[in-house]
Design a protein around this ligand. Structure first.
Ligand SMILES: Nc1nc2c(c(=O)[nH]1)N[C@H]1C(S)=C(S)[C@@H](COP(=O)(O)OP(=O)(O)OC[C@H]3O[C@@H](n4cnc5c(=O)[nH]c(N)nc54)[C@H](O)[C@@H]3O)O[C@H]1N2
Ligand SMILES: Nc1nc2c(c(=O)[nH]1)N[C@H]1C(S)=C(S)[C@@H](COP(=O)(O)OP(=O)(O)OC[C@H]3O[C@@H](n4cnc5c(=O)[nH]c(N)nc54)[C@H](O)[C@@H]3O)O[C@H]1N2
Ligand code: SF4
Ligand SMILES: [Mo]
Length: 727
């Protein structure tokens, strides 16, 4: 049998390694490392397992229509065209009755990948602003908050850096492999590593400095660093004078955080705080790579802004070895333009859920930044990492569940296991049960898909062509080629939206019949088709340009780096960063719980049904320090119950000396595909962190309304080992 080999981009996780895929007889057989030595190390065992995932017997290959009660998991198979006709008719009914804003869409977009912004395009033509995403908790929100300070979201210049600061973030050989490799390469060239993590993480083990802060206190740590940097004159005075506004006000605020206070809040010795701040500020080029940890905290907006401020005042912004502001790639039409945000009426934008209470990543701020963004970057809207004009997920689920402030009655979820992927799973469950129409575009029958009216089979990265542009985060363009055909009844997410648009009379605004046409269109400004792009190589990256702001200024209202944020000020929020304490541990709930510590074997809520991966990590584990285990009379391997005021989960206990005392780790995203048909929603409520995480107001960050996943009160006790426990 002849073998076909192509260049593809892995979307098993969201870091997008460039790989080679091999097919035989119309099936993907192997996934291999890239043949370019610069890229060859960027592969992990999940990527290698892609054929097991794409060819898995559980994969949904035909559209399914619900026949039982919602959530009962009983289906009939129907043809794709019939499914699309019925979905369109039912969506029209909902919109006629409740208005276009009664449609909400959730997607993370990175796995579905195919010119993702077509969902925004359809929604904007229809009139719904209620688009939510996993990127509200991961990078998309950081992008939006970075724009408040300097108008764009930067990327570290790992190739030239002398110091790397990881706030929790813990890339490994099998977790975001390219970042892990970039960190290692920089360290081989002498870069220092500072890790801030309550645990002795993999990165912390070999770091030059490890600050074991209390979970949730990153913003206070940054304020402590700034205190040292200002007091010791370690900041870039020329840059601050010429390019920043609000330095004096910031300095006054920072003076409220003397090192004794930073020490008291974070639990880290003040000398160590000062030493780390000096190391960072004195390096000839230092980076604070984006971290999801501060995306999911009660002081998230302040913590993200403080990272931005540290970059700016130490002269590391758009500087060699620091962090570069990329801008749009001129050769590829960006998602912001595809998204057609100008088509959505002002009054519909103002209805976006979250707009009033938690506006930081909604249209409210996007509109305030339109002028400056167009001046500096050439487009009014910047969908960086898809995240700069989102609805607030909690507000959307509340509206879906209660009808307040208005009904949201139709829900479309694409490549997103919604039920397990935000805070407060019980609320999300209620929200989903209260829908008139749910469509899930999926590969597998997830607990979320089980709640749908229609489940549409998606295609996968080996079955579609794509040009990956890192969602405008960098200017890199990379080639992803299909190597096999998708199942006949499967669709790309592009095709789904296009086919729905035609049924809504938006065909003129979707003039591309196929994904291929759309890719040709997106490349058209560089005078190329996808076929020509494919011929020219597998990657294009314009050389980085530094200090671009000297010509253009920054894309903020003042044109400067706003240490004091005029946007937050205008919105009635504190314009300066601050530290806010989360709900405190107490007698009833004495521990600080954090979610996360990603597992090598899986991406997020996925792959629990893929045998070669599941056998690497068969059971979910809660981590506890040996002292705490002794106090609770628990031992390694016990089955335990972890409770918060919001909910409870059970899992196996793993006693780990690397944990910080007083802290507990709950894993993210566990459900049990093997319990399908036995336990409700395949055991989605047994071990999932979202059951525990609160979205009550006192757990939400003020400006964005993101939930606090890093350090909320909980307790632990021994539980019966359930019959379903794997292995
Ligand atoms: N409670 C809680 N919520 C969280 C987090 C947490 O730690 N706790 N973490 C947050 C973070 S960091 C992130 S990045 C997000 C991640 O959120 P998501 O990106 O939504 O993550 P997954 O759980 O991987 O869900 C993706 C789903 O898409 C399906 N899928 C994969 N590829 C394709 C495809 O090509 N086409 C289609 N149609 N479907 C596909 C998979 O089967 C899977 O069910 O979640 C966030 N939400
Ligand atoms: N194999 C695999 N790799 C993945 C993923 C996956 O699911 N599987 N997911 C990918 C995605 S989408 C993301 S976002 C990343 C996430 O991956 P990372 O950014 O590495 O985040 P986590 O693994 O959740 O947690 C990292 C560390 O944060 C520490 N930590 C907990 N609370 C706090 C706190 O309040 N402050 C600080 N400073 N540290 C804290 C924990 O002790 C832990 O060591 O991983 C990516 N890589
Ligand atoms: S790190 Fe692994 S799963 Fe993620 S893109 Fe790379 S090969 Fe795929
Ligand atoms: Mo993430």
């Amino acid at each position: 049998m002849s073998t076909t080999t192509k260049y593809s981009i892995c979307t098993i996780c969201d870091i997008g390694c460039q790989l080679r895929t091999e097919a035989e007889g119309g099936k993907v057989r192997r996934v291999l490392a890239h043949d370019n030595p610069m890229l060859a190390r960027n592969i992990c065992f999940k990527g290698v397992a892609a054929p097991h995932i794409h060819n898995h017997e559980d994969r949904i290959r035909v559209p399914l229509k619900r026949v039982g009660e919602r959530g009962q998991d009983r289906w009939e198979e129907i043809p794709y065209e019939q499914a699309m006709d019925e979905i369109a008719a039912r969506l029209k009914q909902v919109v006629d009755q409740h208005g276009p804003e009664s449609l909400a869409v959730s997607t993370s977009g990175w796995n579905t990948q195919s010119t993702h912004a077509t969902d925004r395009r359809f929604m904007n033509l229809l009139g719904s602003p209620n688009w939510i995403s996993g990127v509200a908790l991961c990078a998309g929100n950081t992008a939006a908050v970075n724009r408040l300070t300097y108008g764009w979201f930067p990327m570290p210049d790992y190739a030239n850096t002398k110091c790397i600061v990881l706030f929790g973030h813990n890339p490994r050989k099998h977790s975001w492999t390219p970042i892990y490799n970039a960190i290692n390469a920089a360290r081989q060239q002498g870069a220092k590593l500072i890790v801030l993590d309550p645990r002795v993480s993999d990165q912390a083990e070999t770091a030059d400095l490890h600050l074991r802060l209390r979970a949730g206190t990153d913003a206070a740590m940054c304020l402590g660093w700034l205190k040292v940097i200002f007091d010791e004159g370690l900041y870039d005075k020329d840059f601050v004078r010429d390019h920043c506004v609000g330095f004096d006000e910031l300095r006054e605020r920072v003076n409220e955080y003397p090192l004794e206070r930073a020490e008291a809040i974070t639990g880290v010795n003040r000398e160590l705080i000062a030493e780390a701040a000096r190391l960072y500020a004195s390096a000839e080029g230092a980076v604070i790579p984006w971290t999801p940890i501060t995306d999911q905290q009660i002081s998230s907006t302040s913590a993200i802004r403080l990272h931005s401020i540290l970059r700016a005042v130490t002269g590391n912004l758009d500087a060699v070895g620091g962090e570069t502001l990329g801008g749009f790639n001129p050769d590829y039409i960006p998602e912001s333009e595809i998204g057609l945000h100008e088509a959505l009426a002002e009054e519909q934008k103002a209805k976006q859920l979250g707009y009033d209470d938690h506006p930081a990543f909604t249209y409210r701020v996007a509109e305030m930044l339109k002028g400056p963004t167009e001046n500096v970057w050439g487009y009014p809207y910047a969908d960086i990492v898809m995240g700069c004009q989102m609805a607030n997920p909690t507000h959307v689920f509340r509206a879906m569940a209660t009808g307040e402030p208005y009904p949201v009655k139709a829900f479309i979820t694409l490549g997103n296991n919604t039920l397990l992927s935000y805070a407060n799973q019980h609320l999300i469950h209620q929200a989903l049960k209260n829908q008139e129409l749910i469509v899930a575009h999926e590969l597998f029958m997830t607990p979320t898909a089980m709640l749908a009216d229609y489940v549409l089979p998606g295609d996968v990265f080996t079955e579609r062509n794509h040009v990956a542009d890192s969602w405008s985060w960098t200017t890199r363009l990379a080639l992803s080629q299909k190597v096999v055909d998708a199942p006949a009844q499967a669709s790309s997410t592009f095709q789904f939206w296009r086919d729905l648009a035609v049924r809504f009379g938006f065909g003129n605004e979707f003039p591309w019949a196929t994904l291929q046409d759309m890719l040709d269109y997106r490349l058209s400004r560089s005078g190329r088709t996808f076929a020509e792009f494919e011929q020219s190589g597998y990657m294009e990256m314009p050389p980085p340009e530094f200090h671009k702001y000297r010509k253009t200024g920054f894309a903020t209202p003042s044109g400067k780096v706003e240490l004091h944020s005029s946007v937050l000020d205008d919105l009635g929020f504190d314009p300066l960063p601050y530290y806010r304490e989360g709900p405190a541990p107490n007698e009833e709930y004495p521990y600080l719980v954090f979610t996360g510590v990603r597992e090598d074997a899986f991406f997020q809520t996925g792959q629990r049904n893929i045998e070669v991966l599941r056998q690497r990590s068969p059971i979910p584990k809660i981590f506890l320090h040996p002292e705490d285990a002794r106090r609770e009379a628990l031992k390694d391997g016990d089955w335990v119950r972890l409770e918060t005021a919001t909910g409870q989960v059970t899992a196996e206990l793993s006693v780990q000396p690397s944990m910080k005392e007083g802290h507990m780790r709950v894993p993210h995203g566990w459900w049990y595909p093997e319990l399908r048909g036995q336990e409700g929603l395949a055991g989605a409520f047994i071990s999932s962190d979202a059951v525990l995480c609160s979205d009550d107001d006192e757990y939400l960050d003020r400006e964005q309304g993101v939930p606090h996943f890093k350090g909320f009160p909980g307790r632990i006790s021994k539980a019966e080992r359930p019959a379903y426990a794997f292995g």
